[in-house]
Design a protein around this ligand. Sequence first.
Ligand code: SAM
Length: 239
Amino acid sequence: MRLDYLTIFPDYLAPLTLSLPGKAVSGGLIEVHVHDLRRWTHDRHRTVDDTPYGGGAGMVMKPEPFGEAFDELAIDGATIVVPTPSGRPLTQALARELATRERLVFCCGRYEGIDQRVLDHAAERGELIEVSLGDYVLNGGEVAALAVTEAVVRLLPGFMGNAESLTEESHEAGLLEYPSYTKPAVWRDREVPPVLLSGDHGAIARWRRQQSLDRTAARRPDLLHGAQAAGEWVIASAV
Ligand code: SAM
């Protein structure tokens, strides 16, 4: 998968070279290209923003640098990901969808956002997906681009050493994950639940499922609504 990032703060994306995404780069699983959007400006101040038409507070990112970047990077046919609080919420399902694409081009907004025509133009040249990290406002799209990248790249075949760790995770089965424990068996007088030490794999699987259901019902009941798990939780909890 090829990943391009258009940003006025390329240093913000340095974490892409760390940890697992870094390993995916060196292993050739992903190709990462971070571009300074100011490269496609032509004035002395390397201006990327201007005042909004119609008035109002703040500045808007100008269309020309994005347009020139799109041309030079030949984004045609790519999936253009634009972080914005008005976008589709980032979910595991969306991450799975993006993980099937060959090329993602992230356009990181700043100020009051990007001139709408950039998005309209991008939608004609490729697939445009506007993504929101949640119902709050960040200063820029870089953190969101990193979050999307991490959620997507770890789903690529060959990325995780143990593919099973993916299927067991929160949101993969529509539920939150059960609590995890490791050694020692007793820590500061707190014991690991005895069933996990029993060696009875059936009992462990049932305990974990119940924990997932209880935790989801307590913390994120919205995930249970309409899910098959809702019925399962009601039945299991009544027993
Ligand atoms: N005026 C914009 C609005 O009300 O929708 C917010 C602009 S915000 C200060 C600047 C940039 O941060 C946005 O263009 C977007 O790239 C990014 N951003 C802010 N909040 C975000 C969120 N919840 N999800 C994804 N990106 C976000």
